[in-house]
Design a protein around this ligand. Structure first.
Ligand SMILES: C[S@@+](CC[C@H](N)C(=O)[O-])C[C@H]1O[C@@H](n2cnc3c(N)ncnc32)[C@H](O)[C@@H]1O
Length: 246
């Protein structure tokens, strides 16, 4: 397990309703299991109680992993991904769907002579307490406010010129767009704003094969497409697509 970077900002919970539902589910299954044990009789009641108990523990375990990942594990994963980008420190980096700045601000700390630009529509369904002023406060708390720029924008219509970024990153954001065609539009925008020789790193829970195809169709070379589990076992649901613009 990689060392967790110290964070001074407050980064909320991704899709906050998800762990709430998991915990509620687990608690209900546990209550049903206890009720079976209490009121049921015989081997079948015991088997039902055991099955419900196992289901309950499974749900609570998954909720625990989810909470660990969103509060801590994500930062360890992105520390590694940002290391692999081998930033020189003077790049212009764009984070699409930056939310409260988990990745954007870690990137900004590696860009003493560069600029970290974040765009978002600030959906509180996708991240708790999501708001531009929260990200701005986090940037100040992390000591990088002077090199961070935030814009309210949809990733399908980026308000930037062609070839204006050295690096584009995105964490857990593109899957929030519904419709394959709309997600493809976001990827075309990411490719458009990237300079020749520029790098992309996208980590997401779904659709990464389609992201890679779209980036390839835009003339980028896929350098990695893999699960982020393994060393980061708690991130097994997450996949990486990395590419370079030829
Ligand atoms: C799960 S959060 C992840 C935030 C951040 N990247 C992180 O890893 O902490 C997903 C983010 O995508 C943003 N988002 C969803 N749809 C978007 C869109 N069409 N354009 C820009 N941002 C979007 C949400 O507002 C939210 O901030």
């Amino acid at each position: 397990m990689s060392t967790l970077p110290t964070r001074r900002g407050a980064y909320g919970f991704d899709a906050p309703y998800a762990p709430i539902l998991m915990v509620l589910n687990g608690t209900c299954l546990l209550a049903l299991s206890v009720t079976q044990l209490w009121t049921g009789e015989g081997r079948h009641a015991m088997m039902r109680a055991t099955a419900l108990g196992v289901g309950a523990l499974g749900q609570l375990f998954i909720a625990g992993i989810y909470i660990y990942f969103t509060r801590a594990g994500k930062f360890a994963v992105w520390t590694d991904l940002l290391d692999r980008l081998e930033l020189k420190g003077d790049e212009r980096l764009l984070d699409i769907g930056c939310g409260r700045g988990a990745v954007l601000l870690m990137a900004a700390q590696r860009l003493p002579r560069g600029r970290a630009v974040g765009i978002d529509v600030w959906s509180t369904m996708d991240q708790s307490g999501n708001a531009e002023q929260v990200t701005r406060r986090n940037a100040a708390l992390e000591g990088v406010a002077e090199r961070v720029e935030l814009h309210t924008a949809d990733m399908r219509h980026l308000p930037f010129d062609d070839g204006s970024f050295d690096v584009v990153v995105s964490s857990l954001a593109i899957h929030n767009i519904s419709g394959a065609g709309e997600r493809a539009r976001a990827l075309r925008e990411a490719a458009r704003v990237l300079k020749k020789g520029g790098k992309v790193a996208i980590a997401d829970v779904r659709h990464t094969r389609a992201y890679a195809s779209e980036l390839e169709a835009c003339g980028l070379k896929i350098t990695e497409r893999r699960s982020l589990g393994g060393r980061f076992w708690y991130a097994a649901a997450l996949r990486l697509v990395a590419a370079i613009k030829l």
